[in-house]
Design a binder for this molecule. Structure first.
Ligand code: ATP
Ligand code: MG
Length: 629
């Protein structure tokens, strides 16, 4: 596995070319689709022919089946289709591929719609980029094309390109042959078009039970490509569809429906993943049959049902990410069996989960872009590349804040001596962003008691430890003073000791403040220190719940070799801690993102933050890559 992020610049000056881009440029150059008309909405050949020249130079589509939540792999397809359309003066359609009556649900449609817009293509659904001001939703449902699909099926039957097969499923499977053996023609293959039409209409009219017969394309049972051995194109399914209700009891097969959907929408470049490569000959065969001129029995020649030239299919390697599973069935199992809290659990590879975890649309797009577009196999990408894309895009803009994730109390014993009273609060400030003075300053107070990280103190410091440790006596009997460190943006302090409870755990750390060493003042450099620690004062720090997430699976390929992926769930994928955060975070809104100094990038949880007045943050990613460790 590679980690492309390590040697890829934050923003490539020019996006790298790839074969799909080359195909688009070739078609624009040759004017392949230049004469197309657009009827204003998806439709058959004549309806588009009556329209205006298509204002979109290219049309792509993202066609999810609304049977689950979108996942990280879909982000790549969304990015590819929308960004190519945008770049070449085209449009990208969001098409719900809802031809399967049983699995689709409105919940999924809503979440897909929301996710695509969130990823950064909201404007595609508001204004037509080609004709500003004209609203072009470009959101379609494949089930709206059932009438046409049915009409096209009758057309194929009449032209002798399809037949109703009444073999059982087992017979059909046996007669299909395999890679080494040609198939055997069905005994129903040579029925007349009239007989086929009659049977097909009986199928449509509900006269036959599920599975009794199917409509098949009549191509070649000896084809070396098994997908061309008379594939089934319509099946009987007595089921209620979420859009068309009980209107239909026959439904088109995916391989038949998809090319037609593309053609009705006048897609130019139909981009899909490599597993569809073997379907391309059928895709081309079908659209050729439906767009070629037809000879009527009376000798007249009429135009085909669809316009030529037809869309073309291009396949690229799907995106696979280490430590992640994307199978919808397995993701559903994680949710239904309660291994995660829901589809948007921040550990889920769904885009809803990644969003809640805090990943930004920008980071996801950059990640997709960096993963490359290839046609020679799937792209395996390290999860670290997603975190790198996040850091590269968020670091330049995220507001900074101090947070103590494992708080322990530190007391400055000479506070009243220095400032006159124990209750005195000393104002401190820090830039919101070190490279963006225009983002302003954060204000907070230093007081007699502050919270610091437990790990910033050691009774007996290991070699190279420059944070807090108490005075001691070395092996030769010499006194070693306690360490001096800077409370970041505050003063230098010197450790004088620590108090332990009965169990031997540190309860409080004692220190002395060194006068006139405040950051930003002339005396700041008068005392040199090797350690700087972050802190939040007990007086104005705010309690917060912080969710520290880790990978959901301990293995890089959780389901490799048929392994039960549940056996490699990471038992420590979530560690929730009670933290103390600086007062500037009181106004953080859900989905606001921050860099907690020394800790990494965090987001205010979009569901729980501010619910009931509580502050809840999720760790998105650390400051450095920790995936290899
Ligand atoms: P299933 O898991 O049910 O087969 P799917 O993940 O293929 O579903 P679809 O809704 O059919 O989901 O996918 C919509 C589009 O997203 C398709 O064009 C598909 O090729 C693309 N896509 C799905 N997974 C990936 C992936 N890992 N990388 C790139 N594109 C993907
Ligand atoms: Mg699919």
């Amino acid at each position: 596995m590679s980690s492309p992020a390590k040697n890829t610049p934050a923003a490539a000056p020019e996006a790298p070319s790839h074969f799909i881009r080359q195909a688009i440029e070739h078609d624009l150059d040759q004017g392949t689709y230049a004469s197309r008309q657009w009827g204003g909405q998806p439709g058959d050949g004549p309806s588009h022919a009556a329209g205006e020249p298509d204002p979109a130079k290219v049309r792509t589509r993202f066609p999810p089946e609304p049977n689950g939540y979108l996942h990280i792999g879909h982000a790549k397809s969304i990015w590819l289709n929308f960004s190519l359309a945008e770049e070449y003066g085209g449009v990208c359609h969001l098409r719900f591929d809802d031809t399967n009556p049983e699995k689709e649900e409105q919940e999924y449609v809503d979440s897909i719609r929301e996710t695509v817009r969130w990823l950064g293509w909201d404007h595609h659904f508001a204004d037509d980029p080609v004709r500003p001001g004209i609203r072009q939703p470009h959101e379609y449902f494949a089930s709206d094309y059932f009438d046409f699909m049915y009409r096209a099926a009758e057309y194929l039957i009449e032209a002798g390109h399809a037949y109703v097969d009444e073999q059982t499923a087992e017979q059909m499977r046996a007669n299909r042959g395999d890679f080494g053996t040609p198939g055997v023609n069905s005994p129903f293959r040579d029925r007349s078009p009239d007989e086929n039409l009659k049977r097909f209409r009986e199928m449509r009219d509900g006269q036959h039970p599920d599975g009794a017969m199917v409509l098949r394309a009549k191509i070649d049972m000896a084809s070396p490509n098994i997908n061309m051995r008379d594939p089934a194109i319509y099946r009987i399914r007595h089921a209620t569809h979420h859009n068309t209700g009980d209107k239909w009891c026959i439904y088109p097969m995916y391989t038949y429906a998809h090319p037609i959907e593309d053609a009705l929408e006048q897609i130019t470049h139909s981009i899909c993943t490599l597993e569809f490569e073997d379907q391309r000959p059928f895709y081309d065969w079908l659209l050729e049959r439906l767009s070629e001129p037809r000879l009527l029995p009376d000798g007249h020649v009429v135009a085909g049902l669809l316009n030529a030239p037809p869309p073309r299919q291009y396949e690229f390697g799907r995106l696979n990410v280490g430590h992640v599973i994307t199978s919808k069935r397995k993701l559903r199992q994680l949710v239904e069996e309660g291994h995660v809290t829901g589809w948007d659990d921040p550990r889920m590879p769904t885009l809803a989960g990644l969003r809640r975890r805090g990943y930004t649309p920008e980071a996801l797009r950059l990640f997709a872009e960096r993963s490359g577009v290839t046609k020679n196999g799937d792209a395996w990408t390290d999860y670290a590349a997603l975190d790198a894309a996040l850091r590269d895009t968020l670091d330049p803009q995220a507001a900074r804040a101090m947070a103590v994730l494992e708080p322990i109390k530190l007391v400055i014993e000479n506070w009243a001596e220095v400032f006159g009273s124990d209750s005195h609060l000393e104002p401190c400030e820090a830039p919101v962003h070190p490279h963006h003075p225009e983002m302003g300053q954060r204000q907070f107070n230093l007081g007699r008691e502050v919270w610091i990280e437990r790990s910033d103190y050691e009774d007996t410091p290991p070699k190279g430890f420059f944070r807090l440790f108490p005075p001691s006596v070395d092996t030769s009997g010499n006194a070693v003073p306690g360490s001096k460190v800077r409370l970041k943006y505050g003063y230098v302090i010197e450790c004088t000791g620590a108090i332990k409870n009965e169990a031997g755990n540190i309860e409080k750390i004692w220190t002395k403040l060194i006068k006139d060493t405040k950051s930003g003042t002339a005396g700041a450099d008068s005392v040199k220190v090797k350690g700087v620690i972050t802190w939040v004062s007990a007086a104005d720090g705010l309690p917060a719940t912080v969710n520290l997430y880790d990978r959901l699976f301990i293995e890089e390929q959780p389901d490799a070799g048929g392994r039960d992926f549940l056996t490699v769930l990471n038992p420590n994928s979530l560690n929730t801690v009670q933290a103390v955060v600086e007062p500037s975070l009181a106004s953080a809104q859900p989905e606001d993102r921050f860099q907690f100094e020394r800790h990494g990038f965090f987001v205010a949880d979009r569901r729980d933050h501010q619910a009931g007045g509580k502050l809840v943050f999720n760790r998105i990613a650390g400051l450095k890559d920790s995936w290899g460790k």
